[in-house]
Design a protein around this ligand. Sequence first.
Ligand SMILES: O=C(O)CCC(=O)C(=O)O
Ligand SMILES: [Mn+2]
Length: 247
Amino acid sequence: MPAMSFRLRGFEATELNPNLDANSCEKRGKQSITDLGDGSEVVYVPKFLSAERAWDWFDYLDKEIPWTRPLIHVFGRSCLQPRDTCYVASEGLTALKYSGYQPHAYTWDEYPVLRDILQAVHDALPGTRFNSLLLNRYKCGSDYVAWHSDDEKVYGSTPKIASVSFGCEREFLLKKKPVKKEASNASEEQRHKRLKISCQDRHSFLLKHGSLLVMRGYTQRDWIHSVPKRAKSGSVRINLTFRQIVM
Ligand SMILES: O=C(O)CCC(=O)C(=O)O
Ligand SMILES: [Mn+2]
């Protein structure tokens, strides 16, 4: 089977619940599924939430969440994380650690609205049971998240990560992880094939206010993602990524 048409079992379009009504969550319009190949996929739902509900939640998050801007350690150097952050997790889970930083885990009970947002995500993605949440606040266009993958062991080998965005639209980029250096005796045909593939190995999504983006399958193993700085100054954006800690 050619790589482009490969689909992981159970990851079909029908997995996203199409039948939600106004009582459980807003009716949502179109969704797109991007097959990244080799079992990695991204689902994007631009109108996951109504603009009104998304603004209500934006205001709550902006005001009530205890945002911090921690010192992190990357490539042997310390620097301030270029965005505000907060972490919420169910009790009894393995602690999260990234870039030499172990965030304090707040509980869902301390911020009940987060449970409502979690419920909306669970309703849209039947079968998911997210138990942790990383929140990011980008105060202006110069706040960003650098290229990385959320491939921490605690999430298992094929984590599903559901990302809900509020406020200022920002670009979300995906790029294939570099393949190991090819042997010098690779044929001309192999090099040509690789070059052709690498041209297709970038994707970009404009993450709208009230949108949902889901990364699944092998996306964290094979791809990296980022939210780059914006040339225009931009206003506040808040992003919530729901994850399941499995070990
Ligand atoms: O802000 C976003 O859209 C992505 C955030 C992200 O990748 C992360 O927190 O790991
Ligand atoms: Mn990430």
